[in-house]
Design a protein around this ligand. Structure first.
Ligand code: G6P
Length: 325
């Protein structure tokens, strides 16, 4: 075979290789798609150690985050309702464009009651992780009747190399006039027993007591412990908060950027219709929020934040052993 023949073979092989790689890239998605409760679409991100994150397109809501032992680090209410337009109680609800009842909209806004989509080619967002999914929710014509501002909400959900869970929200003003919003993520973190944990990182900060018409107080306690209902909005908090579980000897680290406030909530025995009577014992909500100073976006502008969560062993001193992130 002459030089031309060899060159022809090489070109043929190269074209085959390019084709195979392109097909593999197309078919091998970093997540599986499945049907969840009541036929609602869900996505499952899994890594090589069988750690996983489950996300419902309804609400763009993470409903499970499991470690390699199959333990869920988030809690779902035993009475959670998977029927739109009801919001799903548990996991990590997405709160936008309004936190709680701080404005004229329904509590916690409306994107937790909307169907999100997978975005195959989102605008560039660097990441070292393969196990991830990008979601998007674009305001609909119906939404504009309740909140007259066009927006695009992109949410990247990643399972990190150390089993950490990272959420990166990006909100873009796609309208012709500025708007402002308040914002939050509402994780229901799994704990051994609510009376066996404390939350730290909020010492000496001001908070609005949501059980007392948001009256302002300063928290002088070193850590927050729980023996009754608690619902506080802490203002301008550090980036890192910790949930120390004494019984499990584990600490959940909550790292946040761009959401300067934080809510700590446990309803205790207060009646919540879609929460099982004993469910309050198994979770604490430590929410990363931006409430006191609403975020303002001009037309075309985009806002980005981060919420990253990971679990580390608690040392015998009671202090968490923090790994570098
Ligand atoms: O019942 P939801 O609208 O889901 O709200 C659940 C809870 O969310 C937040 O944590 C608020 O601080 C609480 O006041 C509220 O009860």
């Amino acid at each position: 075979m002459g030089i031309n023949g060899n060159l022809g073979n090489l070109i043929f092989l190269w074209a085959m290789l390019v084709g195979v790689v392109a097909m593999a890239n197309k078919q091998h998605r970093p997540f599986e798609q499945a049907k969840g409760i009541n036929g609602l679409d869900k996505l499952i991100i899994r890594d090589y150690r069988n750690r996983s994150v489950e996300v419902y397109l309804y609400g763009g809501q993470v409903t499970s985050w499991k470690n390699a032992k199959g333990e869920d680090l988030l809690v779902m209410s035993s009475k959670a309702i998977f029927e739109p337009p009801t919001a799903i109680r548990g996991g990590i609800p997405v709160l936008f464009p309004q936190y709680s009842n701080t404005g004229p909209l329904a509590a916690h806004g409306f994107v937790r009651n909307r169907f999100w989509e997978i975005e195959a080619n989102p605008p560039h967002l660097p990441s070292k992780t393969y196990s991830k999914v990008d979601l998007i929710y674009r305001s609909s014509t119906d939404d504009l009747k309740t909140w007259p501002h066009k927006f695009e909400y992109r949410l990247r959900i990643e399972l990190g190399h150390k089993g950490d869970l990272k959420l990166t929200p990006r909100i873009k003003n796609s309208d012709v006039k500025p708007f402002n919003f308040t914002f939050g993520f509402h994780p229901y973190f799994a704990v051994s027993d609510i009376s066996q944990i404390h939350v730290e990182g909020l010492h000496n900060l001001d908070y609005l007591d949501q059980q007392k018409n948001r009256t302002r107080f300063t928290d002088h306690a070193k850590v927050i412990t729980f023996d009754s209902q608690l619902d506080r909005l802490y203002l301008s908090t550090p980036n890192k908060l910790r949930i120390v579980d004494h019984k499990k000897k584990k600490t959940i680290v909550v790292y946040k950027e761009g959401q300067v406030d934080a809510v700590v909530w446990n309803p205790w025995e207060k009646k919540v219709s879609d929460l099982g009577v004993e469910d309050y014992r198994r979770f604490v909500a430590v929410e990363s929020v931006a409430v006191e100073k609403p975020i303002i976006l001009k037309p075309g502008e985009e806002w980005k934040a981060v919420l990253q969560m990971y679990v580390v062993p608690t040392r015998s001193s009671g202090h968490p052993h923090i790994l570098k992130t």
